[in-house]
Every structure is written in C-alpha cells, then in structure tokens.
Design a protein around this ligand. Structure first.
Ligand code: SAH
Length: 258
C-alpha cells in the first residue's frame, strides 16, 4: 500500500476491501454518540466515521508514520498518538460513555477485551475485527470447546454477536489466519450478585486447567467446595454458564487454617 509499509510488530494488517470497512462501520448500532477507533492505520475504516455528524469521533494509533499519514489525509481527525493499553479511558470523552470500533491489532486482542471488561460501565458497545479464533472464543457459549475466560467475563455484561467472517486475502499483508467481526452490546446487568473479584478468580482458575473437573481445577483457590453440589464439581469449566460461576463464587468459603 502507498507510503506506509506494514509493521508486523504492531500487528499491522491493513484492510484493502472498502466494502468490508463500510460494513464494519455500519455495524455500530448508532446508540452511542462518542466513538473511539483503536488502530486506524491508514484510515480505511476511519473514513466512514470521521465526517459523520452523529459521532464525536476520536482515534488512537501507536504508529507514528500512520499518525502522520492520517494528519495529512484526514486533517479533521482527532487522533491521539499513543498506546490504547495505556490510555486513561476515564478522561477520553470526559464522563460520556463511548463505543469502541476497530480492525484491531491482533497481538493485543485479549488485552483490549480485558480492558473493555474492566471499563464496561464506560463502554456500551464494541464493534470490531479480531482474528477469527478470538472472535469465536468471545462469542462462544457453554459446552463449546472455544468457550473460555473471556467468553464468560464478557457475556456476563455484554450481548455478543458474531457478525461475519473475513478472508485473509483482503488484507495487506495477509495475516495467516481468517478474521471475523463481532459486536458487543452492554446488557442491563449492573451487579453480578457475588464478589466480583472472586468471580474473576474462580473463572480464571477453572479454565486454567480446563480439562480437569472443577473439583480439581479449583484446588489452587484453597477454598472449601463442600457447599457446591457434586453435579457441578464433576463438570469442567467449559460446561458452566455465567450463572453457574456466580453460584460457585457465592458458595465457596475460605479453607480453615489447620
Ligand atoms: N484499522 C486499520 C489498521 C489495522 S492494523 C485497517 O483496517 O487497515 C492495526 C493497527 O493498530 C495498526 O495501524 C497499528 O499500528 C495499530 N496499533 C498496534 N498496537 C496499537 C496500540 N497498542 N494502540 C493503538 N494502536 C495500535
């Protein structure tokens, strides 16, 4: 592509298919006024958003060359040069909630999603492209092999839709894997009804040894499991719903010191 050469270390795979960029932009529900794009690169997606009057639009891009390119081609764009993972999300649009959009840098997909989980009360919506495997993992439900930590944590607070798959040959350079676009929409849940920090720990520990039954997988927590029915303890983490994890969190107690 012109001027900017893709840098692998930054997860740069520039989308070359305009119609897909447009489709991603149109996948926003439009309910949120403020909009943050992560990693605009050379602006293929940006151009469908930057002039739209319904949005207050900002972007964050780590790569200096891309930022220069964007300044030149989209002078009206409010682009922050920096790392999304270090961005203070409480200040970016003042107090206003904001949606996140992007063809994301795949090397930091999980970190982006964990930040969304932590900041969920600021982020009503996320639309974006991940590598297909990550998108499937996030969108998976209980009983599926790809169901994991991020599926449970995110689905506790978001409705998650797998929108469409994208072939590797519409990128420059083409990634090794297919991609997919998903949409996360914040649900009404404010409180999980359990100690949330412990919930996260239970989910993470349960999936850490995902082939083991929960009775064994949860041992590292050093908690008493006596109040949990055997039918749950005999299952593996991938078979449990968000509600099951909440139930476990509410019914484990610290081991007594000997
Ligand atoms: N959206 C563009 C580029 C996608 S590639 C397109 O679809 O063509 C991912 C982009 O994210 C690259 O431009 C890369 O420089 C940028 N990026 C990588 N790590 C980043 C980070 N931590 N914070 C912000 N942007 C990042």
């Amino acid at each position: 592509m012109e001027q900017v050469r893709a840098k692998k270390s930054l997860g740069q795979h520039f989308l070359t298919d305009e119609s897909i960029a447009e489709r991603i932009a149109r996948s926003l529900t439009g309910r949120t006024r403020c909009l943050l794009e992560i990693g605009p690169g050379m602006g293929v997606l940006t151009k469908h958003l930057v002039g739209e009057p319904q949005y207050r639009f900002r972007a964050i891009e780590l790569d200096r060359e891309s930022v220069e390119y964007l300044h030149l081609h989209y002078p009206e764009l409010d682009v922050i040069e920096g790392d999304f993972l270090r961005l203070d999300l409480n200040n970016i649009f003042g107090d206003e909630p904001f949606a996140i959009i992007g063809n994301f840098p795949y090397n930091i997909s999980s970190q982006i999603l964990f930040r969304v989980f932590e900041q969920r009360n600021h982020i009503p919506e996320v639309v974006g492209m991940f590598q297909k495997e990550v998108a499937e993992r996030v969108a998976a439900g209980p009983g599926s092999k790809t169901y994991g930590i991020l599926s449970v944590l995110l689905s506790a607070f978001y409705d998650i839709e797998y929108l469409f798959t994208v072939h590797e040959n519409v990128f420059n350079p083409p990634p090794k894997v297919k991609s997919a676009v998903i949409r996360l929409t914040r649900n009404d849940v404010q409180q999980l009804g359990c100690d949330e920090r412990l919930f996260v720990q239970v989910v993470k520990t349960g999936f850490n040894q995902r082939r083991k039954t929960l009775r064994n997988a949860l041992k590292p927590l050093n908690m008493q499991l006596d109040a949990i029915p055997e039918e749950i303890l005999a299952k593996r983490a991938e078979q449990l719903s968000v509600q099951d994890f909440i139930f476990i969190t509410n019914n484990i107690t610290p081991e007594k010191c000997q």
